[in-house]
Design a binder for this molecule. Structure first.
Ligand SMILES: [Zn+2]
Length: 93
């Protein structure tokens, strides 16, 4: 999946949820948000993670404006089928 860019927390959560749902190989055995048993739905490779820094922006403004808060998260992706996620992104809240 891609690093979030100018989307809401809800949209990012939906993207993450869809990616996990699509990639889960043993849905009844894995704990929620454990990425260790996820495999690419295209090539079946074990999914990788990349660290991304996410800035928090104010959704009331059209451009990326915020108070400077940044958090780090892991973005899951397939190293065979996808380019590495961008190291920086933002969420508009
Ligand atoms: Zn793949």
């Amino acid at each position: 999946m891609k690093t979030p860019q100018r989307i809401t927390v809800h949209e990012f959560a939906m993207q993450l949820s869809e990616c996990v749902r699509r990639s889960t190989t043993r849905p009844k055995l894995i704990p929620l948000w454990s990425f260790h048993h996820l495999a690419c739905h295209l090539c079946n490779a074990k999914l990788s993670t990349a660290t991304a820094h996410i800035s928090i922006h104010d959704a009331r403004f059209p451009n990326c404006v915020g108070d400077g808060q940044v958090f780090m998260t892991e973005i899951i992706f397939c190293y065979r089928c996808e380019p590495p996620p961008e190291p920086y992104g933002c969420l508009h809240v």
